[in-house]
Ligand binder design. Structure first.
Ligand SMILES: Cc1cc2nc3c(=O)[nH]c(=O)nc-3n(C[C@H](O)[C@H](O)[C@H](O)COP(=O)(O)OP(=O)(O)OC[C@H]3O[C@@H](n4cnc5c(N)ncnc54)[C@H](O)[C@@H]3O)c2cc1C
Length: 326
């Protein structure tokens, strides 16, 4: 059994902007990082056509292209990028143990968790169709609202994030129709008041999505129904925003790391440290507020620097690399 155990200095779990940025920094600091990509190599951005808000791409770039560039940059410094899904961890002892694909056991001095989060969708076939086509369905108003300037959009959701996103859209779009399933918001009073008081937001309570309508390529409207009367009607719209929450990809860490009530990993404020020494977190796995590629990349950098310093403090033969700053 011990023959099959691999020992490494730094394991990075996840290949989104957080994981690759952590890899770039960790590799340049001689930590010889091994990065497991998981089932979504490149992370959430590989599901979007246009990224216009990541600094350094004045003309914008597609999500898949951007993530290939990040991977190349991480590999240039000899990050060992591997296929594989982390199925189990054990952070209860001095050695951080991780299993990949159920079988391969790795013992790590440091672990950087960059497993991200997944946006929740309604699950309607028509919603998924236009999401996959990049034809007008989005789970991120901050990312995609700009593409709907002066247009009419529909947003689904009733919580604080939904209100915040509806308000954000109202500043860009001609009209925002907000669908709320119950007869009241789940959001805080102040957030609910903000959307109620915004002139170009129409709120439809007791209203759910029946179908996202389109011409086969792009969204043209949404058919909704009143769940009290069953009456249906169609709302013309070019964008359909889903703001019903995110699920952080952190199930495997339950029982080993402190998670909040939604499952986000709790970090020591202002750092990437978790409640376990030598285990760090970056990106959307800990961030329920900003959820952007650039913030994920920023915290990936923090995690690698924190891990490097932690290793240096623990092991006097490991020197903090000056190359980090070159
Ligand atoms: C449709 C869409 C459009 C977006 N557009 C923009 C935009 O224009 N600009 C912007 O800044 N942000 C945008 N975002 C948000 C942005 O994509 C995320 O904030 C960012 O990708 C988070 O990065 P991350 O590295 O934390 O995680 P993710 O990108 O979520 O990556 C997580 C990684 O972890 C891996 N993983 C998960 N669990 C395991 C496991 N058990 N074992 C191994 N690997 C695992 C996955 O395979 C994946 O590679 C968009 C998001 C979506 C969904």
């Amino acid at each position: 059994m011990s023959d099959t155990i691999e020992k490494i200095k730094c394991l990075i779990i996840g290949s989104g902007p957080a994981g690759y940025t952590a890899a770039i920094y960790a590799a340049r600091a001689n930590m010889k990082p091994v990065l497991y990509q998981g089932t979504q190599p490149g992370g959430q951005l590989t599901t979007t056509n246009e990224v216009e808000n990541f600094p350094g791409y004045p003309e914008g770039i597609t999500g898949p292209e951007m993530m290939m560039e990040l991977q190349k940059q991480a590999e240039r410094f000899e990050t060992d990028v591997r296929d594989g899904w982390v199925t189990k961890v054990d952070f209860s002892g001095d050695v951080h143990k991780v299993w990949v694909n159920e079988t391969k056991e790795i013992h790590c001095d440091t672990v950087i968790i960059s497993t991200g989060a997944s946006a929740k969708y309604l699950g309607l076939d028509s919603e998924q169709k236009y999401l996959k086509l990049g034809g007008g369905v989005s789970a991120c108003a901050v990312c995609d609202g700009f593409f709907y300037r002066n247009q009419e959009v529909v947003i689904v959701g009733a919580g604080d994030s939904a209100c915040e996103e509806a308000h954000y859209l109202s500043k860009l779009c001609k009209k925002v129709t907000m669908l709320v399933r119950r007869d009241e918001f789940r959001a805080s009073k102040i957030m609910a008041a903000r959307v109620k008081n915004t002139e170009n937001i129409e709120i439809l309570f007791n209203t759910e999505t029946d179908e996202v309508l389109g011409d086969g390529q792009v969204v043209t409207g949404v058919r909704v129904f009143n769940n009290q009367t069953n009456e249906k009607h169609e709302i013309p719209a070019t964008g359909f925003f889903v703001a019903i929450g995110h699920k952080p990809n952190t199930d495997i860490f339950k029982g080993f790391l402190e998670l909040d009530e939604t499952g986000y990993i709790v970090n020591v404020p202002g750092t990437s440290k978790t409640n376990i020494e030598g285990v760090f977190v970056s990106g959307d796995a800990a961030d329920h507020v900003y959820r952007q590629a650039v913030t994920a990349a920023g915290t990936g950098c923090m995690a690698a620097l924190d891990a490097e310093r932690w290793l240096a403090a623990k092991d006097s033969t490991f020197e903090v690399s000056t190359s980090t700053y070159n």
